[in-house]
Ligand binder design. Structure first.
Ligand code: GLU
Length: 331
């Protein structure tokens, strides 16, 4: 009996050593990534958190199958597209959601409204984001230029909606000076402000449907204005990152007919300095679980890998994403 004691002790010591080593390895493998989103009532917030959910799902299922990636993910609420790009470029965020227009300008250095970021890399595109001009019931606003002399929310600095609203104002020969008041409310504040009578209109680039928009349309009779004048036609004709979009009749209580407007794509971006393996695993987690992903928000219902790997992507694909798409014959 005695002779087994040292052996058992040795085995225990060996086991302890092995588990310590495994713990060290796991600690080394563990990587934390942050995804920049938008306001808490927007669709970007759902995109970021859905990506994290798929990453964690793959981590758990991968562990069962002996295939582990050790990535832990968080997707906090942020100011929106241009904030996310700036933070990705500064190395403060690994990923973010950003409008296709601001992705284009960041990588090409073609607008002072967003950080010039040649290292920005595309991963995939997500849902279309029509530009919404939302007008208060009784405001009399029937076109973009009707906002002149009214109180309009142009969006918080850092949001994509702010930049796109400014581009549209410039296109219509307007500036914030033409408005009675230009507020800088966040996307989560603007609908309530409109229903409270504090503003007459707001401009918002967002996926359809959106709970935040519904607060204004279904909550206090606000309506979405058609934006298909020569100005929007010119913007779409001259810029690859814009396209016409329809907000279908019946989407909200006040959408009795289809609304035609122009819009962008929501895109998922990263930086060339983010390791290939990390981007590969995040891309893989989303694409391998696309059915689950689609079920997490109605704006994701039509996501299709062929479009996701192409539409609205003007930055070069990150090599980690490209590796996965090549394996799957998508590129
Ligand atoms: N497109 C908006 C922006 O960049 C965000 C929309 C959302 O949060 O879903 O500011």
């Amino acid at each position: 009996m005695n002779r087994f004691i040292p052996t058992t002790a040795l085995a225990a010591a060996a086991l302890l050593g092995a588990s310590l080593a495994a713990g060290d390895a796991a600690a080394q493998e563990r990587k934390f990534i942050s995804i920049g989103t938008g306001g808490p009532t927007g669709v970007y917030f759902v995109v970021g958190n859905s990506v994290c959910r798929m990453v964690h799902k793959e981590a758990a299922e991968g562990r069962k199958k002996g295939r582990k990636h050790g990535i832990r993910c968080a997707a906090p609420s942020t100011g929106g597209s241009t904030y996310n790009i700036g933070q990705i470029c500064a190395g403060e965020l690994e990923f973010g959601v950003a409008q296709s227009d601001w992705q284009f300008h960041a990588v090409n250095g073609s607008s002072e409204k967003v950080t010039n970021c040649p290292g920005l890399r595309a991963v995939f595109s997500v849902h279309p984001e029509p530009f919404h001009l939302i007008a208060a019931d009784g405001s009399g606003i029937g076109s973009f230029t009707d906002a002149k002399g009214k109180r309009m929310n142009i969006g918080n600095p850092g949001s994509g909606q702010r930049g796109t609203t400014e581009v549209l104002m410039e296109g219509h020969g307007m500036s914030a000076d033409d408005l009675a008041v230009a507020t800088e409310l966040t996307s989560s504040e603007q609908s309530q402000a409109l229903c409270d009578g504090k503003i007459d209109a707001y401009g918002y680039t967002v996926g359809v449907p959106n709970a935040g928009v519904a607060v204004a349309t279904d909550g206090c009779g606000a309506y979405i204005v058609n934006l298909n004048s020569d100005v929007e036609k010119k913007l779409v004709a001259e810029n690859p990152y814009y396209a016409f979009a329809t907000i279908p009749a019946g989407t909200y209580k006040t959408t009795a007919e289809d609304v035609t407007t122009f819009g962008v794509m929501a895109t998922f971006v990263t930086h060339e300095n983010v390791p290939e393996q990390v981007v590969y695993e995040v891309t893989r987690a989303v694409m391998e679980n696309l059915d689950d992903f689609r079920s997490l928000h109605p704006a994701f219902a039509n996501l299709d890998p062929a479009n996701m790997t192409m539409d609205g992507l003007s930055a070069p694909l990150h090599p980690g994403a490209e590796k996965y798409y090549k394996e799957k014959g998508l590129k």
